[in-house]
Design a protein around this ligand. Structure first.
Ligand code: HMG
Ligand code: MG
Length: 310
């Protein structure tokens, strides 16, 4: 019997590079540079692109230009651009800048929650109830994120019950999907099987996404478990940009090219054009000015015979 059946026929690759990637880069890109990257991503076939955060510019200066950026987003038929909002003020900024899709975010671990948004999990949930209701009233799509599901940089292991409580609460308050974050990239496949198994008892697979950071090289192995358990949305960042400024060691989201390569190689449709995606990865690398960790991108650059930053 084949070991890898059944698998979904197609999946949604949810690009978070311009947000989760750029929020943690030392190099602060200008608005025109970010727009160049977003335009390059928007022609790859990616349908969901998270472009920025309407958070405090004091905490995330890299994304302080969210309002200006959102107002200049390209017309991209079939592509939904989204942005993080931490509170009502963020939602109001997103609305004024014309965003149609937002995401709220919290952590299942108390310490990460306090460091990231200065609230406990319970306080964050309390605040998001009205943010989600208002976003829905405005006709926006709302996504939710639960961070530290696979482990916290300050507390270590986090109970699945806490993550499930957080995810189920976000769904109940109107999030169309909750993305489960391995914020510091510590997850391993057996743990993924257990965590997703608990989640899937309460939340249907299409309403869950996996958001894996690849800090220890286990992101794709964890995605494979998710695929086998019926998940159909996976977050990734072009070139493997990213991290979380309040999670030491969280460097590097799963690279979009690596994810698309594995999925397409297994006959799972992503709708993403690899050549265009690699072009976007090269652009990201040139703009950031450092070699990005994505393995497919590095192999493609080596095959070109080009230097890493060309
Ligand atoms: P705070 O300081 O506790 O908030 O920040 P406050 O309500 O006391 O307000 C303090 C000041 O911030 C005030 O200004 C507010 O107006 C302002 P002041 O009167 O001092 O001049 N403020 C804002 N300004 C602009 N936009 C806003 C906003 N809200 C308040 N929306 C807050 C609380 C949550 C705002 C702050 O801690 C913050 O912005 N944190 C950023 C957190 C963040 O973006 N983290 C990274 C994203 S999460 C992540 O990466 C994980 C994920 O990828 C999944 C995974 O990997 O696990 C999603
Ligand atoms: Mg992240």
């Amino acid at each position: 019997m084949p070991m890898l059946e059944p698998l979904p026929q197609r999946v949604v690759v949810y690009e978070v590079g311009p947000r989760d990637g750029l929020q943690n880069e030392r190099t602060h890109l200008r608005v025109d540079q970010k727009l160049e990257l977003i335009r390059a991503l928007a022609v790859t076939g990616l349908k969901r692109i998270e472009v920025t955060s309407f958070v405090s510019p004091r905490w995330i200066p890299q994304l302080a230009d969210a309002d200006e950026l959102a107002r200049q987003l390209p017309k991209a038929p079939g592509v939904a651009f989204s942005a993080l909002v931490p509170n009502e003020k963020g939602l109001e900024r997103a609305r004024e800048a014309g965003m149609k899709s937002v995401a709220v975010f919290l952590s299942s671990s108390q310490t990460h929650s306090q460091k990231n948004i200065h609230k406990s999990l319970e306080e964050a949930l309390g605040g998001y109830r009205s943010v989600c209701a208002e976003a829905r009233r405005l006709g926006m799509r709302v996504r939710g994120y639960v961070s530290t599901v696979w482990g916290c940089p300050y507390e270590g292991p986090v109970s699945v019950e806490r993550s499930l409580f957080a995810a189920a609460s976000l769904i109940e308050m109107g999030c169309e999907q909750v993305s489960l974050g391995d914020t510091i990239g510590v997850g391993t496949p057996r743990q993924t099987e257990q965590s997703l198994g608990a989640m899937l008892k309460r939340i249907p697979a299409p309403q869950l996404a996996q958001h894996m950071h690849d800090t220890r090289g286990t992101a794709l192995a964890n995605v494979l478990v998710g695929l086998q358990m019926g998940l159909t949305t996976f977050d990734a960042a072009v070139g493997g940009l990213g991290g979380c400024p309040y999670a030491p060691g969280a460097a590097g989201n799963l690279a979009t090219e690596d994810l698309v390569y594995m999925l397409e190689g297994m006959g799972i449709e992503t709708g993403v054009d690899m050549q265009r995606l690699v072009a976007a990865g090269k652009l990201a690398q040139r703009l950031i000015g450092r070699e990005l960790p994505g393995k497919f991108l590095r192999a493609a650059l080596a095959a070109d015979g080009a230097g890493p930053l060309t």
